[in-house]
Design a protein around this ligand. Structure first.
Ligand code: ADP
Length: 422
């Protein structure tokens, strides 16, 4: 190993309630080992002597309630210890949620439904991961819902997804998502089709209610809902719609007093609105970094976080599948048939003819069997990428997580593209 830092690594001694923050270099991995004491990464406890490897570009915080020594091996962009963290406040938030769950257990009612909101890069996803991890460690099975279509934690970008969590997140790979419920949205911002986004949120809420009714354990564990960073103008309306659809009890507002006050003024009093500070460790990302993170999510879906999945490539005849997209460009009301609203066209199922323009697009494989309007509110089974098109042979080549054949024949085209190059 040529690198200086790699040799023996460097020890960091943390006092109680301190946090070691580090950013992994963009080309190398960093290994971390808990040498002494107790510590956790975003709510997941570390085992002593266990070595965790973090991928290039990862931004990590190791927090300790009691004090510890952590060793880092490999090249970091930056690594420092901070004593200023909002972790105690986050832990108190968890404690309050836990009380609500205990009450729900006794009364056989619903546990807390918490919406996490705030601008981009304030640590919303991280807070959701923390709250879900703490809930699981308290013996709960909370539901995590991700409405962040740009940078979701559960499925690929362009989707809304939910999953019941039974296990804490893996330190290196995040949550293990068993049988998530995923809906196709197709774009990377709710702004691209607000009507569809609101429709899908309502549908997701409906399914979650049904799921909760099936098990008191899941019901009393509650729901943690992550959102995107669009908080102004129509983005704010989306948040209010989310609060209404999921009938949330608590809204955690990260870092923005303006948004906190606005929500306080606009939502009914029984919704508890809490302002929480963001952690100084959260790193702001450029537009470019965000696009890269989106690409990485899609790559992870096919190849695994550690490159341990092996996707398949095969040809699909145009005649074997039916392609659709959701939403037509809106026409002025005066051009529409009588009785039709402009918003109707936004959730309309439109057949798509296979052409070269499909190249590199992400396609969702719908669970639906018939190409009717129900497709919109039907969940999807998985995703494929169009990696090649031969118009003469009328076939497309696809990258798929599972071998041929496709499980279903209805495919929904996303705006989002992915270039499958290593
Ligand atoms: P948001 O969901 O608001 O966009 P994220 O939760 O995704 O923000 O956080 C942005 C980045 O900051 C992530 O890469 C995350 O790992 C990192 N991060 C979050 N909290 C900390 C912290 N305390 N120290 C270091 N990095 C952090």
């Amino acid at each position: 190993m040529a690198d200086e830092n790699v040799k023996d690594g460097e020890d960091y001694r943390l006092d109680r309630n301190a946090e070691l923050r580090f950013e992994v270099d963009s080309r190398n991995e960093v290994q971390m080992e808990l040498v002494e004491g107790m510590a956790e990464v975003f709510g997941t406890e570390l085992a002593k002597k266990q070595i965790c490897a973090f991928l290039p570009g990862s931004k990590v915080a190791v927090y300790t309630y009691h004090g510890c020594v952590v060793k880092l091996r490999g090249k970091t962009e930056v690594a420092y210890i901070s004593k200023e963290t909002p972790m105690t406040m986050y832990l108190n938030t968890h404690a309050a949620m836990e009380q609500m769950r205990q009450k729900a257990d006794i009364e056989e009612t619903r546990g807390p439904r918490v919406l996490v909101v705030g601008p981009t890069d304030v640590g919303k996803s991280t807070l959701c991961r923390l709250l879900v991890n703490y809930a699981v460690r308290s013996g709960r099975s909370p539901m995590l819902v991700d409405l962040d279509v740009g940078q979701g934690q559960i499925s690929v970008p362009g989707t809304l997804a939910a999953v019941v969590m039974e296990r804490v997140a893996d330190v290196e790979e995040g949550f293990v998502k068993t049988a998530p419920l995923v809906f196709h949205f197709g774009h990377k911002s709710p702004a691209d089709n607000m009507t569809l986004f609101n429709t899908l949120m309502s549908r997701m809420a409906e399914v979650i209610n049904i799921r909760s009714e099936q098990s008191q354990r899941v019901n009393s564990s509650g729901v943690v809902i992550n959102t995107g960073g669009w908080v102004r103008g129509s983005g704010y309306d989306v948040l209010k719609h989310a609060a209404g659809s999921f009938e949330v009890d608590v809204i955690l507002v990260l870092d923005q007093e303006r948004l906190y006050n606005q929500l306080k003024g606009d939502l009914p009093e029984f919704v508890k609105i809490v302002l929480l500070p963001k952690s100084g460790g959260v790193v702001e990302r450029s537009q470019h970094a965000r696009a890269e993170a989106r690409d990485m999510k899609i790559r992870e879906y096919f190849y695994g976080v550690k490159g341990n999945f092996f996707p398949h490539t095969f040809e699909v005849k145009f005649s074997e599948v039916k392609l659709y997209k959701i939403g037509a460009p809106s026409l002025p009301e005066s051009c529409l048939p009588l009785g039709m609203k402009a918003s109707d066209s936004k959730t309309k199922v439109i057949p798509v003819l296979p052409t070269m323009t499909l190249l590199h697009h992400v396609l969702s494989v719908s669970a639906s069997d018939s190409g009717d309007q129900n497709i919109v509110e039907t969940n999807v089974l998985g995703f494929i990428i169009v990696t090649g098109i031969d118009m003469d042979k009328a076939v497309m080549t696809v990258l798929s997580p599972s071998p041929r054949p496709l499980p279903k024949s209805i495919l929904l085209v996303m705006d989002i593209q992915f270039m499958d190059i290593k």
